[in-house]
Design a protein around this ligand. Sequence first.
Ligand SMILES: Nc1ncnc2c1ncn2[C@@H]1O[C@H](COP(=O)(O)OP(=O)(O)O)[C@@H](O)[C@H]1O
Ligand SMILES: [Mg+2]
Length: 378
Amino acid sequence: MASFEHSDDFQQAIMLLLAKAGWAVKMPSAQGTNGSTPPKGYDLEAIRGNEVVAIQLKNYRVPIKVPQIEKFFEFLELPIAERFTKGFLITSSGYTHSALTYFQQANNDKVQLALYRDNKVIRITGHENGIEPPRRELTYLGVFTCKGGVGKTTISAHLAGAFALSGYDAALIDLDPQKNLTTLLGEGVKLPGLNNKLGNTVTVYGIDEWDDRHPPDVNVVVCDCSPVLEANPVDLIKKFSYCIIPTTLNPLGLNKNGHVIKRTIEAIRRVNQTAYLFILINNYFDDESNRSRVLKEEYQRYFAELSQEDERFKFIDPEEVAIRNSKQLFYWGYHIYSGDRYQLAFNPVGGRCLPKADFLNLLDYLEEHSNLEELKRH
Ligand SMILES: Nc1ncnc2c1ncn2[C@@H]1O[C@H](COP(=O)(O)OP(=O)(O)O)[C@@H](O)[C@H]1O
Ligand SMILES: [Mg+2]
């Protein structure tokens, strides 16, 4: 999809356009202390009047995703970026639906997104980018592991929430006898809309309230499954197009969880052979000393055989998509004690919302690693 074979040519084209528009353009100076290269937060610096703009250029083959936008936001908050009045992200390959949703929701007025097309730079303002969600047939997703406390309820709720943020109405079915979702969200929540639209809903249903012959008018159904496989209605498991299997990367849990997950997958496959099964790391810590990478590789090895046998099974590389450990998710649910309204952990803290970025990123991943077109024909 990239317009240029070489990123240098892309850079040249942009520099020319900027110069034509009256900007003075500089390359970042390589003046790192002790001879080190400076952090590569931007590719060009453009100055015009009082504006000093950090420009990041992305000549990728695939559209820009949530983490790249998040990273640019982070860069612009660093002390070394203080002198910039604005940041422009210019890409030749577009943005994913989730990336645009994340950008709109972030309300970061220092950052401007743009698209390079036909030798023009087109600004994407918050409101007229037409980020209509793709059409979607009723899709069932299960969140399931035969284990408590790994984040099934947290993930179900926020996955449904991410769908709502992206423009879909979601149903959340509480299959866990503990009925946590009902306690945490009541009958449900409404999320703010994009482009001045009304917004979308996450509505909670108990299993006794759910009649799949007459589903309410929703696009997605997320099921917070009971950790006891047999306790989940088989008819519902059969309907899953996706099943998210949350687990964690702590060393003592690795073998035990791995074993549990293998059994979980065998059990699901007995009744549903077509669902995409994804192992998702929850409570992820990015670790400087590489421990998370070592553990991840260990886990990947554990599931390698299964991945080969079953082309619809995937261990999601946590460096690509994971649900990071966050204070927001840890304390999600506090509202039931503080008497606040029902809510998801999508409120930014200090301008940042890890859960929002992670769950939107997960949506992109699900669409990318499955064949929705094929599913629609079923
Ligand atoms: N990514 C995360 N970061 C921080 N805390 C988390 C995260 N995911 C889950 N938690 C914490 O773990 C607890 C258990 O999660 P929960 O979703 O109830 O698991 P399950 O439904 O599998 O029993 C939650 O109350 C929450 O405090
Ligand atoms: Mg639960």
